[in-house]
Write a protein that binds this ligand. Structure first.
Ligand SMILES: [Zn+2]
Ligand SMILES: [Zn+2]
Length: 240
């Protein structure tokens, strides 16, 4: 028994300095449910630390939720890393943290980086600037995420900055990823025509929302065997 699930797998909470402070885990889950989505993922810059709160809120609203991160590589390529299991995501988070450039966040310049607990209350702030690059090369991300049973998805590859195609210019030989993300589905033909590697990958289209109102309406679906994070990851790696 398979079903089409409406998804938005690229969302930022108030832990991302550029994320609106109304993007609390509970507000995100509530808005996603209101819009009629089935599956969401929280992908803050270089951090999974608001995922425990998001997963709890999502369960309250009956959503499937995946813990995730938008990792910034040393080439400043943004890559989504998604997990089925929260502990795997938090272990990955701890491993990534030591690779973030040691720059302090300037709240006046970049915004606050707020941690939320499972009761949707602020429980701390992150001192290190999360939007800076890590020292992890793009070529290492697949194996790094896989060590924690995570799936890498090059983010918004049709974007003119911080993307695989804008910053590297091509899909590197030896790449292993099997799913990529677009900002606009209308760019699919162009990116596949220019990069034959992508013909064999699954494509997703997410909002990259930093504000509640930018979370996607139910428009993009994934064919999943069941309503579980594991089935969503499996759908993301099945042939297009
Ligand atoms: Zn990004
Ligand atoms: Zn993003």
């Amino acid at each position: 028994m398979t079903e089409q699930l409406y998804y938005d797998l690229h969302l930022h909470s108030c832990l991302s300095p550029c994320g609106d402070n109304d993007m609390t885990p509970s507000n995100i889950a509530g808005m996603a449910a209101l819009k009629g989505l089935d599956v969401i993922a929280l992908t803050d810059h270089n951090s999974c630390r608001n995922c425990p709160a998001l997963l709890r809120a999502a369960a309250h609203f009956g959503l499937v939720a995946l813990p995730g991160m938008e990792l910034c590589t040393m080439e400043e390529v943004h890559v989504l890393c998604l997990f089925a299991n929260l502990n795997d995501a938090l272990d990955f988070d701890a491993a990534v943290y030591s690779h973030i450039l040691p720059i302090d966040n300037d709240e006046a310049l970049f915004g606050q980086q707020l941690y939320y607990d499972e009761n949707d209350a602020v429980c701390g702030t992150e001192p290190r600037l999360l939007i800076s690059a890590t020292d992890i090369p793009f070529a290492d991300v697949f194996d790094f995420a896989a060590r924690y049973h995570g799936l890498m998805i090059p983010a918004h590859i049709d974007k003119s900055s911080t993307s695989l195609l804008s910053n590297l210019g091509f899909v590197p030989p030896g790449s292993q990823f099997s799913c990529f993300e677009l900002q606009r589905m209308k760019n699919l033909h162009r990116v596949r025509r220019d990069n034959p590697y992508l013909e064999h990958c699954t494509v997703i289209c997410d909002s990259d929302a930093h504000y509640l109102e930018h979370i996607h309406e139910p428009e993009h679906t994934l064919l999943c065997a069941e309503r579980t994070p594991e089935a969503v990851l499996a759908a993301l790696t099945s042939a297009p």
